[in-house]
Design a protein around this ligand. Structure first.
Ligand code: ZN
Length: 331
């Protein structure tokens, strides 16, 4: 019989004005031998539910398997936005600062802070001494699944690479500035803070919100098990899980590999392009038309070879909005 033990703990993350306690569950699976500790959670953004199902399956796979060390699983890191099926909290519950309605900007939390900051601080107690962190999110129908690591952190890059998906991209950690977070800043993400604390960490952006997608969930399960192999919790080598191409990050770049609408109108995408498709420099992606005069106001063309990482799905666009982004392979 396996000497692996599983424990479930009910964590009180915070208290609402009415006195209602916000609770969630932490599952700790311990192997019979000493080893590293991995922390995995999902649904910091409650409408992003693929990761919740990933964790349920990972739990079942680990429960009767012998391994070294400890795996901490929190399937629903943010029960409030999960119930509301939202990305952020309504301002009535958390608008202490501009950014705190988004729990993913509040790490490592603050026990005396806003609702989200208190919730993050409670979870951080189970993160701070971990050897690896996986934060499961989802993107949107416009975005190809990808893994994100903190730029200039090779251990985190390795974690993201073994997790897999097709695209593995860096994201910069900018220090908090007086203007923060008015520019599109990602300090305060769990990935950035854990990385800063020397804990290899990554985000997986798996598919789209509101849905449980079988292919994406299966990719997430393989990815988490790959990370557990990489850090030495599980025996064996990580297996192939998507193309895992190391690419530049188009997400926060102003370079020519991302395209914002030059003018407002209706964006009609070309029929032969979609997120995840390889594109070459000079390829047409679509056209923004003036909807009443029919005049083309922006013909969108790639400038570099790469993988179409983002392609806007909503047709109605306002000038300045992101239309597309191409991830360019490194080296
Ligand atoms: Zn998210």
């Amino acid at each position: 019989m396996s000497a692996t033990t599983t424990e479930t703990e009910r964590l009180t993350l915070a208290r609402l004005p009415s006195g209602t306690e916000v609770t969630t569950r932490l599952h700790t699976i311990s192997g019979p031998t000493e080893g590293p500790t991995a922390y995995v959670h999902a649904a910091v953004h409650g409408r992003e539910i693929n990761g919740v199902e990933v964790i349920r399956r990972v739990h079942h796979k680990l429960a009767d398997r012998e391994f070294a060390g400890e795996v901490r699983l929190v399937p629903v890191a943010n029960p409030l936005t999960f119930d509301l099926q939202r990305y952020t909290l309504p301002t009535a519950l958390d608008h202490t600062h501009l950014w705190t309605a988004n729990m993913e900007r509040t790490w490592p939390g603050d026990r005396d802070g806003s609702l989200h900051e208190r919730m993050a601080a409670r979870l951080w107690e189970h993160v701070h001494d971990a050897d690896a962190v996986v934060d499961l999110h989802t993107g949107s129908p416009a975005t190809h699944p990808h893994s994100v690591y903190t730029d200039d952190d090779p251990a985190s890059r390795e974690l993201a690479r073994v997790f897999g998906t097709d695209l593995v991209m860096p994201s910069a950690v900018a220090p908090r500035t007086p203007d923060w977070p008015t520019d599109r800043d990602v300090s305060g993400t769990l990935r950035a803070i854990a990385s800063h604390e020397g804990i290899p960490s990554m985000i997986a952006e798996l598919g789209e919100a509101y849905r449980v997608e079988e292919n994406t969930v299966a990719m997430g399960v393989t990815g988490v098990l790959n990370v557990l192999k990489q850090v030495g919790v599980l025996d064996g080598e990580p297996v192939e899980n998507g193309e895992a191409l190391l690419v530049t990050s188009p997400m926060h770049s102003n370079r020519s590999d991302s395209f914002d609408a030059a003018a407002s109108g209706l964006f009609v995408t070309d029929p032969d392009v979609w997120p995840g498709k390889r594109v070459s420099a000079g390829q047409s992606l679509g056209t923004v038309y003036h909807p009443t005069t029919f005049e083309p106001v922006h013909e969108v063309e790639t400038s570099q070879d790469g993988i179409l990482y983002h392609l806007r799905r909503r047709g109605t666009v306002t000038g300045g909005e992101r239309l597309a982004a191409v991830a360019v392979e490194k080296e």
